[in-house]
Design a binder for this molecule. Structure first.
Ligand code: UT7
Length: 310
């Protein structure tokens, strides 16, 4: 039995913060942000929307699209580094709100790679036969930990949530291979102290090496060729890093998700948001070979190759 994605959903807050808006807040400019990162604007959740609210809205949509009732969920995994509180977990908060009466619930902490860790964890529970339906959410309210006076970081991040319902799919479909990794020695380059701290250049070097490598590995693991990849969803951190992965895989520009322009880097939410939008826009079709790949704090990385469809 293989585990695959049965339905997706996403939520982003309404408030838009443009590069122009940031020019009034820190010493920066639209031209620098666009050319160095590909970001034009990002969404910011107000005081009335916390992480669990965004997770709940995205989760509701994914259940609806999957045609699965909340009571049918066996487990909820929420990837986030910006929970409402350290505990109870966001997963428990949405368990109650969704009415997922028989679901186990926990948060997963792997920063921007969190959704990949959540997805591959769900796969294990499903393929072992222990559980059937698992909700995986990637959600962040980074605006609450970003230092709004630090131009090195505040221009990069945004808030949002993406979700996927994972369950058994037919032969040949679903998650075909995965690759996860960590390098704690690099933890000092990206962490939360009082605020989010990042050594951008070091993270950049790590990402342009690791993301293409992990993407190629998951494709090789299933004995496919790079040309077989129909759609690539890289973590939406920086268009230059994403392009490095795309070029290594040799997929054409129109086959890569690009939401970084309008949402910035939403950490654990970036891959599931991009996935949900691609599905909604009909960019991913039945039987497509889709590669998801992320990297982030930890340092961590993760990739998945999956055959789309139930
Ligand atoms: O989800 C995972 C988390 N993070 C990432 O993926 C980020 C990885 N890193 C990056 O994306 C890039 O390193 C950045 C976008 C953060 C920076 O781009 P860069 O091409 O590596 O620029 P840089 O750090 O080499 O900085 C170039 C210059 C510096 O000035 P000096 O020292 O050359 O005079 C910075 O002070 O740009 C300056 N700078 C800015 N200028 C205008 C840094 N931030 C800004 C800014 N506006 N917002």
């Amino acid at each position: 039995m293989k585990a695959g994605i049965l339905g997706t959903g996403h939520f982003v807050p309404e408030k838009v913060l443009t590069n122009k808006d940031l020019e009034a807040m820190v010493e920066t400019n639209d031209e620098w942000i666009r050319t160095r990162t590909g970001i034009e604007e990002r969404r910011i959740a107000g005081d009335d929307i916390d992480t669990s609210d965004m997770a709940f809205y995205a989760a509701e949509k994914s259940l609806e699209n999957a045609g699965i009732a909340a009571e049918e969920l066996d487990m909820i995994l929420v990837a986030t580094v910006t929970p409402d509180t350290p505990f109870p977990s966001v997963a428990c908060m949405i368990q109650e709100r969704l009415g997922a009466s028989k679901a186990a619930a926990m948060d997963v902490s792997a920063a921007c790679t969190g959704f990949m860790y959540g997805l591959t964890t769900a796969k294990q529970f499903i393929e072992s036969g222990d559980y059937r339906n698992i909700l995986v959410v990637g959600v962040e309210k980074l605006s609450k930990i970003v230092d709004w006076e630090d131009r090195n970081t505040c221009v990069l991040f945004g808030d949002g949530a993406g979700a996927a319902v994972v369950g058994p799919v037919s032969e040949g479909k679903g998650i075909l291979s995965f690759e996860l990794g960590s390098d704690g020695a690099g933890g000092k380059h990206l962490y939360q102290g009082k605020h989010l701290f990042m050594n951008g250049r070091e993270v950049f070097k790590f990402a342009v090496r690791q993301m293409p490598e992990a993407s190629v590995k998951v494709v090789e693991k299933i004995g496919a060729n790079k040309e077989d990849v129909d759609y690539l969803i890289p973590h939406q951190a920086n268009i230059r890093i994403m392009e490095a992965a795309r070029e290594r895989l040799g997929v054409s520009e129109d086959k890569m998700a690009k939401t970084v322009k309008k949402y910035g880097n939403t950490s654990a939410a970036s891959i599931p948001i991009a996935l949900a939008e691609a599905v909604e826009e009909g960019k991913i079709k039945d039987n497509d070979l889709v590669v998801l790949v992320g990297f982030g704090g930890g340092l961590t990385w993760g990739a998945v190759a999956l055959r789309w469809g139930k």
